[in-house]
Design a protein around this ligand. Structure first.
Ligand SMILES: *Cc1c(COP(=O)(O)O)cnc(C)c1O
Length: 364
C-alpha cells in the first residue's frame, strides 16, 4: 500500500519526554498537572501517554473527547473544562469526575442529576480575575456559591476553585494575580472549616511561575496542554527557556502536486479570492512555485504552518491547495515529493479535527 498524505506524524517518545518533564517540574513545587487533550482533539493515544506520564487528571472542553479516553481504557479521573451546557448535564455527571463551573443554575442541575444517578460529582468553581472569559466576577457571589455547594448541594462535592488567564483578555498569571486566587481559597476554607483539594492556577501561561519558581505555595494544580504538546508559546511570546522540552512531537507531511515557474502577481482584473477576501499580491517577477495537496480546510490558516526546509515560503492557500514559493529552495522538487512542516496550537487543533489528515504515530 502507498503511504497516504497529508499526514500528521506524532512522535510519542518526544511527547512522553515532555509530559514527564512538565509533571516533574510541577511536582517539585507541589503542583499536580491536569493534562488537557483538546489541542489534539482528544486522540486517545495522546491521552494514554499523558496518563502514563503522571498527569493527575485528564481534561477537555469536549465530552466526546473525554468519552473517547474512557472507552480506550484510560482510568484517570476526567474533567470537563468548559462550563457545562444545560443540554449535556446528564453526560457530564455520568462521564466526568470533575467539572469547572460558574453558574448557579448549572450547579443546581448537576446536583439534581447526580442525585438521580446516585453519584457525587466534584466541582471546581471558576473565578474571573480579569481575563473576562468564564468565571464569577462578583467575589461575594463566588464565596456564597461555594458555601451553597458545600452546605446545600448534597450530591456535589466542592473539590476546589480555579481561574483562567491568558485566554480572552490576555491577562498574565503574575504572582499578584495568583495570590488573589489564594486569598479567595483561604476565605472559603475558613468558612467551610477544611482545605480545598484543588486550587487551580490556570493553563500553560502559568507554567512561567513554575519556571521562575515563584508560584504561590497554595496553588496546587495547573491545567495544561500547549506546553506539553508543543512547548512553543512560552518561548515565542515571553522568551522563557523551555529548551528541556521537545519541539518535534508533531510533523506535518504534505505532498507536492505541481511545480512550475509562474508570475508572483495575478494576471488580469483582480476581484476576490476563494474566501471572498482581497489579499495584497507583491510582484516579485517570475518565481518557481510548488503546490501541495493540503489547504485551509485541513489546517485553518496557512500562516500557522512553518516549512522545515530553508528556501520555502508559504504564499497563500485556498480550501484544498497551499501555494509555496520555492525559488530559493536548494534541490529539485517534483510531483510526489513530500514536504515537512512544523505547526502551532491553532493548526494542530484543525489538523487533528480533519478527516482528510492521516494521523501516524512513531517513536524515536
Ligand atoms: C484549554 C484550557 C486549558 C489549557 O490551555 P493550554 O494553554 O493548552 O495549557 C486550561 N484550562 C481551561 C479552562 C481551558 O479551556
Amino acid at each position: 500500500m502507498k503511504e497516504r498524505y497529508p499526514k500528521l506524524e506524532i512522535n510519542l517518545s518526544a511527547l512522553r519526554h515532555n509530559v514527564e518533564e512538565v509533571v516533574g517540574a510541577c511536582g517539585e513545587q507541589g503542583v499536580s498537572v491536569t493534562g488537557v487533550i483538546k489541542g489534539v482533539t482528544g486522540l486517545p493515544e495522546v491521552s494514554k501517554v499523558f496518563a502514563e506520564g503522571g498527569v493527575k487528571i485528564i481534561a477537555s472542553s469536549r465530552l466526546e473527547q473525554l468519552r473517547d479516553a474512557k472507552e480506550h481504557g484510560i482510568e484517570k479521573p476526567l474533567m470537563m473544562l468548559r462550563v457545562p451546557m444545560m443540554s449535556e448535564i446528564e453526560e457530564v455527571v455520568s462521564l466526568c469526575d470533575y467539572s469547572l463551573n460558574s453558574e448557579i443554575a448549572v450547579l443546581e442541575a448537576l446536583n439534581e442529576e447526580a442525585a438521580k444517578q446516585s453519584k457525587k460529582h466534584s466541582v471546581v468553581l471558576m473565578v474571573d480575575l480579569g481575563d473576562l472569559r468564564e468565571g464569577f466576577w462578583n467575589k461575594n457571589e463566588f464565596v456564597e456559591t461555594a458555601l451553597r455547594v458545600e452546605n446545600e448541594m448534597d450530591s456535589l462535592y466542592l473539590a476546589g476553585i480555579g481561574t483562567n488567564v491568558g485566554c480572552y483578555g490576555s491577562i498574565l498569571p503574575t504572582v499578584e494575580k495568583l495570590e488573589e486566587l489564594v486569598e479567595l481559597a483561604k476565605i472559603i476554607e475558613t468558612k467551610i472549616g477544611r482545605k480545598l483539594d484543588i486550587v487551580s492556577g490556570g493553563a500553560t501561561s502559568s507554567f512561567m511561575r513554575i519556571i521562575d519558581k515563584n508560584i504561590p505555595k497554595d496553588i496546587n494544580s495547573l491545567r495544561m496542554g500547549e506546553v506539553i504538546l508543543l512547548a512553543r508559546d512560552l518561548w515565542l511570546f515571553y522568551g522563557y527557556n523551555v529548551d528541556n522540552l521537545r519541539k518535534d512531537v508533531f510533523t506535518l507531511k504534505a505532498e507536492v502536486i505541481e511545480v512550475k515557474s509562474k508570475p508572483s502577481h495575478p494576471q488580469g482584473e483582480i476581484g476576490v479570492d476563494a474566501f471572498g477576501k482581497k489579499p495584497l499580491y507583491v510582484d516579485r517577477g517570475l518565481r518557481n512555485r510548488a503546490l501541495i495537496a493540503i489547504g485551509k480546510v485541513d489546517y485553518g490558516d496557512p500562516s500557522e504552518l512553518f516549512p522545515k526546509d530553508a528556501g520555502i515560503e508559504i504564499m497563500g492557500a485556498s480550501s484544498d491547495h497551499t501555494i509555496l514559493d520555492v525559488e530559493d529552495y536548494q534541490g529539485s522538487l517534483k510531483p510526489g515529493d513530500i514536504l515537512e512542516f512544523d505547526i502551532n496550537y491553532a493548526s494542530l487543533v484543525y489538523l487533528t479535527n480533519c478527516k482528510n489528515v492521516r494521523i501516524a504515530f512513531c517513536e524515536d
